[in-house]
Ligand binder design. Structure first.
Ligand SMILES: [Zn+2]
Length: 396
């Protein structure tokens, strides 16, 4: 803390006793709020326990910062014996302590805690409680109250102490948004919310990494076993009976061998000879593809002897044949996926379909509309674009 001008030699002589007391009180209050904000940050304090005592006329406020990331604010009333003038502290008479800043709360848990206050046989309510102490563990707070009617102590926490997931949730949120402790510190400061200490953060962070790793490994193991089971079931094994698992690779962009203006980018590559095309129509997210076809919610597929197949008249079929012929692959796995289910149609390459129904149209579209437009734009001059398009230009 910087040197206060009021404590300069000249100024000090002029201060009366009550004024000195007032200034000391002010300085202690500043100190108290500093410690409150950096609460439990051992990096700064390096003290196992630091204590600040703040004395006003008859109240003593104590802020204790302990090494275990906890800050406790307690208040005790100073009782002056009116006969002897002796001072004594009596902690059984509750004195309200101010608790500043914001806290995160599990709102229903807090409501229930307040509702469940029961000082049988008295009818005490929250109104009778005096806040005397807060103990924090990271973002978890324990608020201690004392009933000014029956003297019963009441502890209310900001979330269920049996679950205590708040600190982990905060660290997970910070990590998943690509941030770290410094950002959490700044964020808390803006919200006027006491932050957890760096060491607590690091500990929770390390625990989370372990949990994530274990969960990922577990999921990978389950998926691997399932893939192997399916591969064996479909007799997809090599000569040593080791199951072979299909891997979908990023496909990139294919350019037609001779017609360089034609390109295709399928959603994925499967093995040597197949491509993948996946449609996830959001309009049918409430249905399985089978339900959507039955309800005529999608028109690209039709039921062919109990199996859903892509219609040869649909735009998607032109797209699939375009991709198969540009990428020169044998099959396309056409998938319609919704959160409720998916369907796969394995479509073979049809070269005559390409030769008669796609290539002439896309070539004409390119030569008569796209290329002239690129060379001499009508659009830029505010004129309608040259016609001569195929009716199925969708091939990429
Ligand atoms: Zn009571």
């Amino acid at each position: 803390m910087g040197k206060d001008w009021r404590y300069g030699r000249k100024a000090r002589r002029k201060l009366s006793a009550p004024k000195i007391k007032k200034h000391r009180l002010q300085n202690l209050q500043n100190k108290k709020s500093d410690i409150h904000n950096n609460c439990g940050d051992q990096e700064n304090t390096h003290l196992p326990e630091s204590k600040n005592v703040l004395t006003d006329n008859n109240i003593e406020l104590t802020t204790v910062t302990r090494d275990d990331d906890q800050t406790v604010i307690v208040a005790e009333r100073e009782n002056k014996n009116s006969y002897t003038g002796e001072k004594s502290f009596n902690s059984t008479i509750p004195v309200e302590v101010k608790c500043s800043g914001r806290r995160l709360v599990d709102i229903m848990f807090l409501f229930d805690s307040i509702k469940n206050i029961d000082h049988h046989p008295f009818d005490c309510t929250f109104r009778n409680l005096t806040f005397i102490k807060e103990t924090r563990n990271g973002f978890f707070s324990e608020f201690v109250f004392m009933c000014n009617f029956c003297n019963k102590q009441e502890v209310i926490t900001n979330e269920d102490p049996n679950s205590m997931t708040l600190n982990s949730a905060i660290v997970a949120g910070i990590v998943n948004t690509g941030q770290g402790y410094t950002q959490l510190d700044t964020f808390s400061a803006f919200l006027n919310m006491p932050n957890m200490s760096n060491s607590s953060y690091q500990k929770i962070h390390n625990d989370l990494i372990k949990c994530t790793e274990n969960a990922a490994l577990e999921a990978m193991e389950i998926a691997g076993k399932e893939e192997a089971r399916i591969a064996i079931e479909e007799n997809n094994v090599n000569e040593d009976r080791i199951p072979l698992v299909t891997v979908v690779a990023d496909a990139g962009l294919f350019i037609h061998k001779t017609l360089h203006y034609l390109a295709a980018s399928p959603d994925g590559l499967i093995n040597e000879d197949s491509i993948l095309e996946i449609k996830c129509p959001s309009s049918i997210k409430e249905y399985t593809p089978q339900e959507a076809v039955a309800l005529k919610k999608i028109k690209c597929m039709t039921d062919c002897e109990g199996k859903l197949v892509l219609k040869k008249s649909d735009n998607y079929y032109f797209q699939v044949q375009g991709q198969l012929n540009i990428a020169e692959k044998k099959y396309c796995y056409f998938v319609v996926w919704t959160p409720k289910g998916f369907v796969v149609d394995k479509i073979p390459r049809d070269e005559s379909f390409w030769k008669t129904k796609i290539e002439p149209f896309v070539t004409r579209f390119y030569m008569e509309s796209l290329l002239p437009e690129m060379i001499n734009s009508r659009f830029d001059r505010g004129l309608p674009i040259r016609s001569g398009t195929s009716d199925k230009p969708d091939n990429s």
